[in-house]
Design a protein around this ligand. Structure first.
Ligand SMILES: [Ca+2]
Ligand SMILES: [Ca+2]
Ligand SMILES: [Ca+2]
Length: 413
């Protein structure tokens, strides 16, 4: 016998509070769930129809689930087959209970938003209604600015895993939903993704990557001042991606930011730019994979003279240079012949290119690990063997005291 029918039997025989243990607590009380007395919460019937159930005065048990008025005609109806409690009993998310967004004036109405845990693998379902909500947010200039002047809801997403987050909002009735995601709740310029409006009662979707412990803010907004009910569903699938702060297979770098020109591109495939430091203590990271080519632009001008040897002859034992240099730490994830090409973009820059196994030791410059362009403006190329998981230090340098801007290319065929 299902829990709901035990409950009904007790109510209808008038012995609910007075009878034995079979009638004194509901399934919900047994599982430790608390509720707000007098509030209705979402429930689902065995035939998948959606319904609601009333929280009893004890704050720990519910009246039987009844189907909603919309589903069964005015007044609602009997839950066919009884309430489906499968999920609560098994912990699976096949049929997750929906959370409620909250009424006007509750945390969902304004920043910082309704706290919402985003657990990897779990389906999150939230029923909301923007009728009466505050219209205090709008998307950044562009497709999501259409939310300007429309009531909106805000969710403070707190991911506990890193990976791809899929978000869907399905509107009802006149509601023409749009959604956008921000990294700072009250700053529209921090918008990182936008799903523009598609029409009344449409579904809008976003896929975005999130990092564990890095919160973001989802705004459910609407076009043309429309309001109404919606269903928000989210699911986080963990996995590596560019921007998670870890260098994954095929990535040249991953600095976890969305800043171009800082030494690691937003695609994790390029190394353009001059980081704050590019010496032995803090070198410019480049990861090479079998078959990869990594390019970047840079300059030696911002830096000191970390590699004072070799000089023009490429012999580190006898000659030296006074030129500043830009040091890359190259991690080879496969064995092979690493080819490095340094091409000056300043016509007056006479480039020198060298590499070491140990950054601070000129004597670890091995065979093939140096090239000196003969004249200013000409490129230099060197090729040398690397082993799997070996790190080598490559300096874009100058002959004598030459310095300037360049392009650099790393290839590991
Ligand atoms: Ca990554
Ligand atoms: Ca970057
Ligand atoms: Ca130098």
């Amino acid at each position: 016998m299902k829990a709901y029918s035990v409950l009904l039997a007790c109510v209808f025989t008038g012995v609910f509070f007075a009878s034995g243990p079979g009638c004194s607590s509901s399934n919900d009380a047994q599982s430790g769930i608390s509720c707000t007395p007098g509030n209705y919460v979402f429930c689902r019937c065995a035939d998948r129809a959606e319904g609601t159930k009333l929280c009893k005065p004890d704050g720990a048990s519910f009246e039987a689930c009844s189907t909603t008025a919309a589903a069964a005609g005015a007044g609602g109806g009997t839950c066919s087959g009884g309430e489906d409690l499968t999920d609560r009993n098994t912990g699976t998310d096949v049929n997750p209970p929906a959370q409620q967004a909250g009424p006007p004036g509750s945390p969902v109405d304004t920043c910082p938003g309704k706290p919402t845990a985003v657990t990897p693998g779990a389906s999150i379902v939230i029923d909301g209604d923007t009728a009466g909500a505050t219209s205090d947010l709008k998307g950044r200039a562009g497709a999501c600015r259409a939310g300007d002047g429309s009531a909106d809801h805000v969710y403070h997403l707190q991911p506990t895993g890193s990976g791809q987050l899929n978000i869907t909002v399905k509107g009802e009735g006149e509601l023409n939903p749009l959604i956008y995601l921000r990294s700072a709740c009250a700053n529209e310029e921090s918008q990182v993704a936008c799903a523009p409006p598609l029409g009344a009662a449409a579904s809008v979707q976003l896929q975005t990557n999130v990092v564990a412990g890095s919160d973001s803010y989802l705004v459910v907004d609407a076009a043309s001042g429309t309001t109404g009910k919606y269903k928000l569903t989210m699911k986080l699938t963990t996995g590596p991606f560019c921007g998670d702060g870890k260098v994954d297979s095929g990535e040249a770098c991953d600095d976890a930011n969305k800043v171009e020109g800082d030494g690691c591109s937003n695609s994790c495939r390029g190394v353009s730019g001059d980081p704050a430091a590019a010496d032995c203590a803090t070198s410019h990271a480049v990861h090479m994979w079998k078959g990869s080519t990594v390019s970047g632009t840079g300059s030696t001008a911002p830096y000191g003279n970390t590699f004072a040897k070799p000089g023009a002859s490429c012999d580190p034992k006898v000659t030296s240079n006074a030129a500043p240099d830009h040091v890359y730490e190259v991690t080879a994830h496969a064995a092979g012949n690493l080819k490095v090409t340094l091409t000056p973009t300043d016509a007056t820059y006479n480039v020198l290119l060298s590499a070491r196994k140990t950054c601070a030791d000129a004597a670890t410059q091995g065979a093939g690990m140096c090239a000196n362009a003969s004249v200013a403006g000409a490129p230099a190329t060197m090729t040398f063997a690397v082993q799997t998981n070996e790190k080598v230090y490559v300096a874009a340098d100058g002959a004598a005291d030459a310095k300037g801007a360049y392009t650099i290319k790393f290839e590991l065929p």
